[in-house]
Design a protein around this ligand. Sequence first.
Ligand SMILES: *Cc1c(COP(=O)(O)O)cnc(C)c1O
Length: 799
Amino acid sequence: MKLTKKQFKQDFEKRLTTKFATDVEKAGPQETLAAVSSVIKAYYSKIWQEDNEYKDETKKKQAYYFSIEFLPGKMLKSNLLNLGILDTVRESLSDLGIDLDAIAQIEPDMAIGNGGLGRLGSCFLDSAASTGIPLNGNGIRYSYGLFKQKIVDGYQVELPDSWLDNGNPWEIRRADKAVEVHFGGEVWLEDDGTGRLMPHYRNQERVLAVPYDTPMVGFENTTVNNMCLWRSEVPKDLDLRFQNLEYMRQTAMLSAELYPDDSNYDGRLLRLKQEYFFVSAGLQRVINHFKNINKVPVTHIADFISIHINDTHPALCVPEFMRILVDEFGIEWERAWNITVKVMSYTNHTILSEALEKWPEEMVKNLLPRIYQIILEIDRRRTADLLPKVGAKLVHSTRIVKDGQIHMANLAIIGSHSTNGVAKLHSDLLKDVELHDFYLIYPERFNNKTNGIADRRWSQIANERLSGVLDETIGKSWRHNLNELKLLEAYKNDENTLERLQAANFDNKLRLAEYIQEHNGITVNPEAIFDVQVKRLHAYKRQLLNVLHILKLYFDIKDNPEIEMVPRVFIFGAKAAPGYHYAKSIIKCINEIANMVNNDKDVADKLKVVFMENYNVSLAEIIIPAANVGEQISLASKEASGTSNMKFMLNGALTIGTLDGANIEIFEVAGKGNYFKFGLTKDEVYEYYRNGNYNAHDIYEQNPIVHRILDAFIDGTIPNISAEGPEVFDSLTTYNDEYFVLRDFNDYVRAQKDLERLYKNKNAWAQASLMNIANVGKFSSDRTIKEYADDIWHVHEKK
Ligand SMILES: *Cc1c(COP(=O)(O)O)cnc(C)c1O
């Protein structure tokens, strides 16, 4: 029974009364949002309960996605869409004089992740629910999500994101399912009388882990999965000796803040504590549930659960699961190990060496003494077992414990039956280079799962205008199966379709132009090419390359104010990790270059540069549908996959990009002429590494255009960057340009010219845009999650 308008209005008005003692006329926006959310929650709760009963009764295998980050964004419209009641609710509210979009907009983003990694987790949870795959999330309920970014005098300023101030309507606190997690103290082993060594503990720090469940509602089906997020609290029965403020502060810290960086390893104790906290709590809950429901010996657990280790942060799943099997269930080591390897699987997300987690042995030993013993034992037994088989060299290079450190990726690979990369190129690099020694030992464990995106959010919700045109052109089947967009190819030469697609994009550009006017005070020309680079700020992503090209265009205009040029609006959105000094300097440079360009009379509206504050999922939903061009210009081999590249493609933007990550697969399916590719290949990059013969300074000396652009950073041309300018200049010259920005510059300029030429031909551009949309099907995370389910977890779709 679908919700009717009448029913919704009744429920909504009743909620306003029971929750806030108010009515439609007097309710403020927060009250309206809370009441709407509450009605929706009641509506799906029934479906959730039924699906839980179904899962318990059928006892089918379930998978659990352990991730230290998720990045869901706003939930209201996504829930409405998936429940199939978006239009009903929009119309009902409209009847009452309320604008759904205005209400939806004030919901805070659930930003308990940094960027791509967390967003992927959320796309997977959406897709799993929408394809009926029993996959549940497990993470941390940070009280403060990713910082809010303000730009002050061109600099990034970080403000706390206290997203829970007005409560979170979607979550349910499950106090009855709280578990304890223990840290520190001493552990020793004693014979239990039967010859088995049992651990005994003293002086451990106790933390209560309380789960908060957020339902993941499937798209127009009956599946509702769960995202479990843990909050740390002080156990109620804690010995009075320990009940002091410091202890309470320490405990609260565990789930207080998200570490605001995802491409650098941070070796701080609190981070390690967070990792064990959500791993231990999550595994305890999974195993408790298994015990209560499945009623088979725990030795069969691998037939009923799968645990996924998303990047290395949850790699402690391996020793913690061993601890539970061996210490708590009394299972003999070898058997427990075989079960653990069957249950666990791992995804690698990066080859950047600065991001690879390794913890000092002393730290692990002090914080997690029993886990430390187990890790040593895993390492010792594996070494003894493999030495005669593969030899000392391979064993040593792949050891978990070496040089006084615990290597988390090694632990994750060794302790699981599957290791995957996130795009073809990345997975090949893992096998051939980065994890080659592991590949030699465990070739059958390696596989690729090219990333995807939850297309419903990135088209049906973010781009209603385009969605409408697609419906009118090819029907609505694409809303259920993104591969159906292929039908659009038949309209490649249909001028009417091309015009309507472009008109949809133009409306989105108007919407973004308005947003920019309001938030940045910059007037942009909606006819201009909207050229967008939105992603975390990192040197390897090469926002600087984009910047150098902007400066080139600027100097072209200064040299010849009459020059013919298709007007461009360059749009940036990027947060820098608060401790990443260089990235913050680049933000400052972008903002000062924006000031210089936007206020130069010679430039008029040929060029505008806009840095949009506080890039997050909600902002992405406004920016990406308005883009003509998506910048995916990382140095080849550095971006494991990228996912914003897929969002742009889905929304009809053309990619200018390097042969990196999933760009390669995008180029493959988009077809020649429908993208702009440039730059070094991964082989050429590795060739430079081998020979050590890259010389950035030579390029600076020999290329007059590059010379002039770089000098602008140090000669006062760009105002207000007295410290940041030289820093950028030096990185590209003295410090030899780690990411080959100068090496790729000429080819990038060439690709940008090709792009400009195509844009002048409106029809050809529209066709290329259409071809991107028509061929984006592969990048639905519905496809990705089915591959994980089939190949790695062996869990099945609900029929
Ligand atoms: C998709 C997305 C990302 C990932 O972008 P990449 O370009 O793949 O790095 C980061 N942040 C947000 C808010 C996103 O929506």
